[in-house]
Write a protein that binds this ligand. Structure first.
Ligand SMILES: Cc1cc2nc3c(=O)[nH]c(=O)nc-3n(C[C@H](O)[C@H](O)[C@H](O)COP(=O)(O)OP(=O)(O)OC[C@H]3O[C@@H](n4cnc5c(N)ncnc54)[C@H](O)[C@@H]3O)c2cc1C
Length: 249
C-alpha cells in the first residue's frame, strides 16, 4: 500500500542521464533531479516512459529512489533479466537527454527524522534499494542510531551495493552490514560471509537483544510476507515492523 506525503504531487518531466551496471543483471539509472523535487530517504516514485508498446502492465512502474536525498541526481536500481518486460527494454534503451515523466515522491517506508530505537533492515534481493538511500543519507548527516542491514541474494554476483555498504560502514560506526548468499554454489566469486536465508537465528548471532529493535523489511512480495511472519513468530510485535513490498516480481 502506497500513501502520499502531505505535499502536492504532480507529473514532472525530467531527463535521463546515464545507466551503470551494478551487479549481475542489475543496473542503476540516473535522472536529473528537478528543481524543488525533494524526498525522504526510502521513498519511491512512479516513472512513465514514452514509446512503451505491447507491455500488459503499461508504460509506468514504481521504483524506490535508491540515491540519498542529498545527492544531485535521482537514481533508481533495478533488475534487467534476460527476457525483460517491454517497459524494462525501453528503460534499458534510454539515451542521455531522453525525457521521462516522474510522479512522486511517495510512500511511508522511510528513515524517520529520529528514532528512539535501534533499527534492523531486512532486504530480500533488490529490496535493498531503500536501505541504500537511507544508509547513505544517515551517514551524511551523522544519524545517531544503530542500524543493522541484513540483505540476502541468490549469488555473490547479484549482491548489489555490497562494496558501497562496506565503505559506508567504515565511515559510520553506527552501521553494520551482513550480506547472506542463499546459493553460494551458483556463484563464481568466492564468498566467505553468511550463507542461507535470513533467519531469527542469524539475526540473534549478531544482535542478541534484537527484540528491542524496530524492523524494516523490503523486497519482492512473497519474501516480505515470509520475513514478516518469521519475525512475528519470534515475538516481534507487528507495531515494531514496517514493510515495503515490491509488487511485480
Ligand atoms: C513501492 C514499490 C517500490 C518498488 N521499487 C523497486 C525498485 O527499487 N527496484 C525494482 O527493481 N523494482 C521495484 N519495484 C517493482 C517494480 O515496480 C516492477 O514491478 C518490477 O521491477 C518488475 O518490473 P517489470 O514488470 O517491468 O518486469 P521484469 O523485471 O522485466 O520481469 C518480467 C517478468 O518476469 C517476472 N520476473 C522477474 N523477475 C523474476 C524473478 N526473480 N522470479 C520470477 N519471476 C520474475 C516478472 O513477474 C515479470 O512478469 C517497486 C514496486 C513498488 C510497488
Amino acid at each position: 500500500m502506497i500513501s502520499t506525503m502531505a505535499q502536492e504531487l504532480k507529473n514532472i518531466t525530467t531527463i535521463f542521464i546515464k545507466k551503470e551496471k551494478v551487479a549481475h543483471e542489475t543496473y542503476s539509472f540516473y535522472f536529473k533531479k528537478p528543481a524543488r523535487f525533494s524526498y525522504v530517504a526510502g521513498q519511491c516514485m512512479k516513472i512513465t516512459l514514452q514509446d512503451v508498446r505491447g507491455d500488459n502492465r503499461g508504460p509506468r512502474r514504481f521504483f524506490t529512489i535508491s540515491s540519498s536525498p542529498l545527492d544531485e541526481e535521482l537514481m533508481i536500481t533495478t533488475k534487467i533479466i534476460k527476457k525483460p518486460s517491454m517497459f524494462k527494454q525501453r528503460l534499458f534503451s534510454l539515451e542521455q537527454g531522453n525525457e521521462v515523466t516522474i510522479f512522486g515522491p511517495m510512500g511511508t517506508f522511510f528513515l524517520p527524522d529520529e528514532s528512539n530505537h535501534p533499527l534492523i533492515f531486512l532486504a530480500g534481493g533488490i529490496g535493498v534499494t531503500p536501505f541504500h538511500s537511507m544508509i547513505t543519507y544517515a551517514t551524511s548527516i551523522n544519524y545517531p542510531t544503530q542500524i543493522y542491514l541484513f540483505a540476502s541474494f541468490s549469488s555473490v554476483e547479484e549482491a548489489v551495493f555490497y562494496k558501497d555498504f562496506v565503505r559506508l560502514s567504515k565511515e559510520n560506526l553506527f552501521v553494520k552490514i551482513i550480506y547472506t548468499i542463499t546459493h553460494p554454489g551458483k556463484s563464481r566469486e568466492k564468498w566467505q560471509g553468511e550463507v542461507g536465508r535470513i533467519s531469527p537465528g542469524m539475526i540473534k548471532k549478531y544482535i542478541p537483544e534484537f527484540k528491542n529493535y524496530h524492523l524494516y523489511i523490503c523486497g519482492p512480495e512473497k519474501m516480505v510476507d515470509e520475513m514478516f511472519e518469521m519475525m512475528k513468530s519470534v515475538e516481534i510485535t507487528q507495531g515494531k515492523i514496517r514493510k515495503e513490498q515490491f509488487s511485480g516480481y
